[in-house]
Design a protein around this ligand. Structure first.
Ligand SMILES: NC(=O)c1ccc[n+]([C@@H]2O[C@H](COP(=O)([O-])OP(=O)(O)OC[C@H]3O[C@@H](n4cnc5c(N)ncnc54)[C@H](O)[C@@H]3O)[C@@H](O)[C@H]2O)c1
Length: 255
Protein backbone atom coordinates (compact mmCIF):
# COMPACT_ATOMS: atom_id res chain seq x y z
CA UNK A 1 0.00 0.00 0.00
CA UNK A 2 1.47 3.43 -0.95
CA UNK A 3 2.25 5.78 1.90
CA UNK A 4 -0.29 8.56 2.40
CA UNK A 5 0.56 12.12 1.43
CA UNK A 6 1.87 14.35 4.20
CA UNK A 7 0.97 17.95 4.99
CA UNK A 8 2.70 20.26 7.48
CA UNK A 9 0.27 22.81 8.93
CA UNK A 10 1.42 25.83 10.95
CA UNK A 11 -1.09 27.52 13.24
CA UNK A 12 -2.57 24.03 13.53
CA UNK A 13 -4.03 24.70 16.98
CA UNK A 14 -5.94 27.73 15.68
CA UNK A 15 -9.33 27.94 14.03
CA UNK A 16 -8.36 27.57 10.38
CA UNK A 17 -5.29 25.42 11.05
CA UNK A 18 -7.28 22.84 13.02
CA UNK A 19 -10.07 22.81 10.42
CA UNK A 20 -7.45 22.28 7.72
CA UNK A 21 -5.85 19.43 9.67
CA UNK A 22 -9.27 17.77 9.98
CA UNK A 23 -9.94 18.19 6.24
CA UNK A 24 -6.65 16.66 5.16
CA UNK A 25 -7.04 13.82 7.67
CA UNK A 26 -10.54 13.13 6.33
CA UNK A 27 -9.04 12.99 2.82
CA UNK A 28 -6.57 10.30 3.87
CA UNK A 29 -3.49 12.51 4.25
CA UNK A 30 -1.19 12.46 7.27
CA UNK A 31 -1.21 15.88 8.92
CA UNK A 32 1.85 17.08 10.84
CA UNK A 33 0.89 19.87 13.19
CA UNK A 34 2.92 22.80 14.46
CA UNK A 35 1.92 25.68 16.73
CA UNK A 36 2.99 27.25 20.00
CA UNK A 37 3.21 24.62 22.74
CA UNK A 38 0.07 24.22 24.81
CA UNK A 39 -3.15 22.34 25.41
CA UNK A 40 -4.78 23.45 22.13
CA UNK A 41 -2.01 21.84 20.09
CA UNK A 42 -2.12 18.73 22.27
CA UNK A 43 -5.90 18.52 21.81
CA UNK A 44 -5.94 18.61 18.00
CA UNK A 45 -2.96 16.23 17.83
CA UNK A 46 -4.80 13.84 20.16
CA UNK A 47 -8.04 14.15 18.20
CA UNK A 48 -6.34 13.26 14.91
CA UNK A 49 -3.67 10.99 16.37
CA UNK A 50 -1.19 13.24 14.56
CA UNK A 51 2.44 14.23 15.06
CA UNK A 52 2.72 17.58 16.83
CA UNK A 53 5.80 19.79 16.72
CA UNK A 54 5.52 22.61 19.27
CA UNK A 55 7.46 25.69 18.16
CA UNK A 56 7.54 29.47 18.14
CA UNK A 57 8.01 30.19 14.44
CA UNK A 58 9.47 33.68 14.73
CA UNK A 59 13.02 32.61 13.90
CA UNK A 60 14.62 30.91 10.91
CA UNK A 61 16.23 28.44 13.29
CA UNK A 62 12.83 27.32 14.60
CA UNK A 63 11.37 27.06 11.10
CA UNK A 64 14.30 24.94 9.90
CA UNK A 65 13.97 22.66 12.92
CA UNK A 66 10.23 22.14 12.41
CA UNK A 67 10.63 21.19 8.76
CA UNK A 68 13.52 18.86 9.60
CA UNK A 69 11.41 17.11 12.23
CA UNK A 70 8.36 16.90 9.93
CA UNK A 71 10.18 14.71 7.41
CA UNK A 72 8.75 14.03 3.93
CA UNK A 73 6.06 16.48 2.78
CA UNK A 74 3.62 16.87 -0.10
CA UNK A 75 2.12 20.16 1.08
CA UNK A 76 2.81 23.02 3.46
CA UNK A 77 -0.10 25.07 4.79
CA UNK A 78 1.17 28.22 6.50
CA UNK A 79 -1.66 29.43 8.73
CA UNK A 80 0.09 30.80 11.83
CA UNK A 81 -0.79 34.44 12.31
CA UNK A 82 -1.50 37.31 14.68
CA UNK A 83 -3.89 40.26 14.49
CA UNK A 84 -3.26 43.80 15.64
CA UNK A 85 -4.95 47.10 14.94
CA UNK A 86 -4.75 50.71 16.06
CA UNK A 87 -3.58 54.09 14.81
CA UNK A 88 -0.21 53.98 13.05
CA UNK A 89 1.30 56.74 15.19
CA UNK A 90 0.53 54.76 18.35
CA UNK A 91 2.08 51.53 17.07
CA UNK A 92 5.06 50.34 19.08
CA UNK A 93 8.13 48.76 17.55
CA UNK A 94 7.38 45.69 19.69
CA UNK A 95 3.90 45.33 18.13
CA UNK A 96 5.28 45.71 14.61
CA UNK A 97 7.97 43.08 15.24
CA UNK A 98 5.56 40.65 16.92
CA UNK A 99 3.10 40.68 14.02
CA UNK A 100 5.57 40.88 11.15
CA UNK A 101 7.80 38.20 12.69
CA UNK A 102 4.93 35.70 12.77
CA UNK A 103 2.84 36.69 9.74
CA UNK A 104 5.63 37.39 7.25
CA UNK A 105 9.12 36.46 8.48
CA UNK A 106 8.07 33.14 10.03
CA UNK A 107 5.90 32.27 7.05
CA UNK A 108 8.77 33.03 4.66
CA UNK A 109 11.36 30.96 6.50
CA UNK A 110 9.01 28.03 7.08
CA UNK A 111 8.22 28.08 3.37
CA UNK A 112 11.87 28.42 2.38
CA UNK A 113 12.83 25.47 4.57
CA UNK A 114 10.11 23.32 3.00
CA UNK A 115 11.05 24.04 -0.63
CA UNK A 116 13.67 21.28 -1.07
CA UNK A 117 11.40 18.75 0.67
CA UNK A 118 8.40 19.65 -1.51
CA UNK A 119 10.48 19.64 -4.72
CA UNK A 120 11.90 16.26 -3.75
CA UNK A 121 8.38 14.83 -3.56
CA UNK A 122 8.24 15.12 -7.36
CA UNK A 123 11.72 13.89 -8.16
CA UNK A 124 10.98 10.18 -7.85
CA UNK A 125 8.43 10.42 -10.65
CA UNK A 126 5.70 8.54 -8.75
CA UNK A 127 4.14 11.73 -7.35
CA UNK A 128 3.81 15.34 -8.37
CA UNK A 129 6.00 17.83 -6.56
CA UNK A 130 4.37 19.30 -3.49
CA UNK A 131 2.60 22.60 -3.10
CA UNK A 132 2.40 25.49 -0.67
CA UNK A 133 -0.75 27.24 0.53
CA UNK A 134 -0.28 30.43 2.55
CA UNK A 135 -3.15 31.90 4.52
CA UNK A 136 -3.16 35.58 3.60
CA UNK A 137 -6.28 37.74 4.05
CA UNK A 138 -8.55 40.25 2.40
CA UNK A 139 -6.11 42.58 4.17
CA UNK A 140 -3.44 41.34 1.78
CA UNK A 141 -5.43 42.64 -1.17
CA UNK A 142 -6.83 45.94 0.05
CA UNK A 143 -6.31 48.34 2.94
CA UNK A 144 -8.27 47.94 6.18
CA UNK A 145 -8.75 51.20 8.06
CA UNK A 146 -6.80 51.12 11.33
CA UNK A 147 -4.93 47.91 10.58
CA UNK A 148 -1.84 49.15 8.73
CA UNK A 149 0.58 46.73 10.39
CA UNK A 150 -1.59 43.66 9.72
CA UNK A 151 -2.17 44.86 6.13
CA UNK A 152 1.58 45.30 5.64
CA UNK A 153 2.17 41.74 6.81
CA UNK A 154 -0.55 40.20 4.63
CA UNK A 155 0.26 42.35 1.60
CA UNK A 156 3.75 40.93 1.96
CA UNK A 157 2.40 37.38 2.07
CA UNK A 158 0.22 37.86 -1.02
CA UNK A 159 3.06 39.23 -3.11
CA UNK A 160 5.56 36.73 -1.70
CA UNK A 161 3.31 33.98 -3.03
CA UNK A 162 3.40 35.46 -6.54
CA UNK A 163 7.19 35.73 -6.53
CA UNK A 164 7.71 32.24 -5.11
CA UNK A 165 5.29 30.74 -7.63
CA UNK A 166 7.48 32.07 -10.44
CA UNK A 167 10.69 30.97 -8.75
CA UNK A 168 9.48 27.43 -8.01
CA UNK A 169 7.49 26.69 -11.19
CA UNK A 170 10.49 25.05 -12.92
CA UNK A 171 10.68 22.59 -10.00
CA UNK A 172 6.96 21.81 -10.15
CA UNK A 173 6.15 23.34 -6.76
CA UNK A 174 2.94 25.37 -6.81
CA UNK A 175 2.50 28.31 -4.44
CA UNK A 176 -0.88 29.89 -3.70
CA UNK A 177 -2.60 31.97 -1.06
CA UNK A 178 -6.13 31.95 0.23
CA UNK A 179 -7.46 35.35 1.24
CA UNK A 180 -10.34 34.98 3.70
CA UNK A 181 -12.52 37.82 4.90
CA UNK A 182 -13.63 37.58 8.52
CA UNK A 183 -13.62 33.99 9.74
CA UNK A 184 -15.24 32.71 12.93
CA UNK A 185 -12.09 31.67 14.82
CA UNK A 186 -10.36 32.52 18.11
CA UNK A 187 -8.63 35.38 16.24
CA UNK A 188 -11.97 37.03 15.52
CA UNK A 189 -12.98 36.62 19.17
CA UNK A 190 -9.67 38.19 20.21
CA UNK A 191 -10.20 41.08 17.81
CA UNK A 192 -13.70 41.80 19.07
CA UNK A 193 -12.77 41.48 22.75
CA UNK A 194 -9.50 43.43 22.55
CA UNK A 195 -10.35 46.16 20.08
CA UNK A 196 -14.12 46.40 20.46
CA UNK A 197 -14.02 49.14 23.10
CA UNK A 198 -15.94 46.92 25.53
CA UNK A 199 -18.61 46.09 22.93
CA UNK A 200 -17.49 42.91 21.12
CA UNK A 201 -20.92 42.38 19.57
CA UNK A 202 -20.85 45.92 18.19
CA UNK A 203 -17.39 45.25 16.74
CA UNK A 204 -18.73 42.13 15.01
CA UNK A 205 -21.78 43.99 13.70
CA UNK A 206 -19.52 46.72 12.30
CA UNK A 207 -17.46 44.11 10.44
CA UNK A 208 -20.56 42.50 8.92
CA UNK A 209 -21.96 45.89 7.90
CA UNK A 210 -19.17 46.21 5.31
CA UNK A 211 -20.30 43.07 3.42
CA UNK A 212 -22.33 43.36 0.22
CA UNK A 213 -24.89 40.86 1.58
CA UNK A 214 -25.99 43.54 4.09
CA UNK A 215 -28.60 42.00 6.46
CA UNK A 216 -27.75 38.47 5.26
CA UNK A 217 -24.01 38.86 5.87
CA UNK A 218 -22.31 36.20 8.00
CA UNK A 219 -18.78 35.24 8.90
CA UNK A 220 -16.98 32.54 6.94
CA UNK A 221 -16.56 29.30 8.88
CA UNK A 222 -13.09 27.73 9.25
CA UNK A 223 -14.12 24.52 7.48
CA UNK A 224 -15.12 26.56 4.41
CA UNK A 225 -11.57 27.92 4.14
CA UNK A 226 -10.15 24.46 4.82
CA UNK A 227 -12.08 23.12 1.82
CA UNK A 228 -10.43 25.65 -0.49
CA UNK A 229 -6.99 24.90 0.95
CA UNK A 230 -7.65 21.19 0.44
CA UNK A 231 -8.62 21.78 -3.18
CA UNK A 232 -5.45 23.79 -3.85
CA UNK A 233 -3.33 20.86 -2.66
CA UNK A 234 -4.97 18.40 -5.08
CA UNK A 235 -3.76 17.36 -8.55
CA UNK A 236 -6.96 18.92 -9.97
CA UNK A 237 -5.50 22.31 -9.04
CA UNK A 238 -2.38 21.72 -11.19
CA UNK A 239 -2.89 24.88 -13.32
CA UNK A 240 -3.29 27.10 -10.25
CA UNK A 241 -0.13 28.76 -9.00
CA UNK A 242 0.72 32.30 -7.97
CA UNK A 243 -2.96 32.87 -7.17
CA UNK A 244 -4.49 34.83 -4.31
CA UNK A 245 -7.92 33.25 -4.02
CA UNK A 246 -10.48 35.37 -2.21
CA UNK A 247 -12.96 33.63 0.07
CA UNK A 248 -14.67 36.67 1.48
CA UNK A 249 -18.32 36.97 0.30
CA UNK A 250 -17.21 39.61 -2.19
CA UNK A 251 -15.61 41.90 0.40
CA UNK A 252 -12.77 42.67 -2.02
CA UNK A 253 -14.71 42.25 -5.27
CA UNK A 254 -14.80 45.99 -5.80
CA UNK A 255 -11.02 46.43 -5.52
N1 LIG B 1 -9.99 34.92 11.52
C1 LIG B 1 -10.03 35.78 10.53
O1 LIG B 1 -10.98 36.56 10.41
C2 LIG B 1 -8.93 35.80 9.49
C3 LIG B 1 -9.21 36.41 8.28
C4 LIG B 1 -8.23 36.41 7.28
C5 LIG B 1 -7.01 35.81 7.51
N2 LIG B 1 -6.76 35.24 8.73
C6 LIG B 1 -5.46 34.57 8.89
O2 LIG B 1 -5.70 33.19 8.97
C7 LIG B 1 -4.64 32.54 9.67
C8 LIG B 1 -5.25 31.62 10.71
O3 LIG B 1 -5.89 32.44 11.68
P1 LIG B 1 -7.13 31.99 12.58
O4 LIG B 1 -8.22 32.89 12.26
O5 LIG B 1 -7.30 30.52 12.48
O6 LIG B 1 -6.58 32.45 13.99
P2 LIG B 1 -6.18 31.64 15.29
O7 LIG B 1 -5.73 32.68 16.26
O8 LIG B 1 -7.27 30.72 15.69
O9 LIG B 1 -4.93 30.77 14.81
C9 LIG B 1 -3.64 31.31 14.58
C10 LIG B 1 -2.62 30.38 15.18
O10 LIG B 1 -1.31 30.92 14.96
C11 LIG B 1 -0.54 30.54 16.08
N3 LIG B 1 0.64 31.39 16.31
C12 LIG B 1 0.66 32.69 16.71
N4 LIG B 1 1.91 33.09 16.94
C13 LIG B 1 2.71 32.03 16.67
C14 LIG B 1 4.13 31.81 16.74
N5 LIG B 1 4.97 32.78 17.16
N6 LIG B 1 4.62 30.61 16.38
C15 LIG B 1 3.77 29.61 16.00
N7 LIG B 1 2.44 29.75 15.91
C16 LIG B 1 1.92 30.94 16.26
C17 LIG B 1 -1.51 30.71 17.26
O11 LIG B 1 -1.06 30.01 18.41
C18 LIG B 1 -2.81 30.20 16.69
O12 LIG B 1 -3.06 28.85 17.02
C19 LIG B 1 -3.77 33.66 10.23
O13 LIG B 1 -2.65 33.83 9.41
C20 LIG B 1 -4.68 34.88 10.14
O14 LIG B 1 -3.94 36.07 10.04
C21 LIG B 1 -7.70 35.21 9.73
Amino acid sequence: MPESERVLISGAAGGMGAATARRFAAGGWTPVLTDLPGPRLDAIAGELDAQAIPADLRTKQACDAVVAEAGALDCLVAAAGLWTEGPAEETTEEAWDRVLDVNLKGLFFLTAAAIPVLARAGEGGARAAGSIVAVSSDAGLHGNTGAAVYCASKGGVSNLVRALALELAPRGVRVNAVCPGDVETPMLTYQAETFGGGDPDGYRRALLASYPQKQQARFTQPHEVAELIWYLAQPAAAPITGANLSIDFGLTAGV
